[in-house]
Design a protein around this ligand. Structure first.
Ligand SMILES: [Zn+2]
Length: 90
């Protein structure tokens, strides 16, 4: 269910490479958008975020899409933490 872009993104979650038609890529793209970040900050699915999910994944699959977005969101967070931790000491 993943593509080559997603396989690369497992190592580098902020990879700017997406395959059209790949559900996982769509989730990864949405994970970095303002609507998702706003939902994260509020701890709720906002109308804007829900609208984006429905537009991308469809009214019957937006929950599945949301799970993908959450998964990539976690990977992104982990990658940013690792990046911050590997800044060389002066
Ligand atoms: Zn993909």
């Amino acid at each position: 269910m993943t593509c080559r872009s997603c396989a690369s993104a497992e190592q580098q979650p902020d990879l700017d490479e997406f395959s059209s038609g790949c559900m996982s890529c769509s989730g990864r793209a949405l994970a970095v958008t303002g609507a998702h970040l706003e939902s994260l900050a509020l701890g709720a699915i906002t109308a804007a975020y829900r609208g984006a999910l429905e537009k991308i994944f469809g009214a019957d699959r937006w929950r599945q899409g949301h799970e993908l977005v959450k998964g990539w969101g976690e990977k992104l967070k982990g990658a940013r933490r690792r990046a911050a931790a590997t800044v060389p000491a002066p």
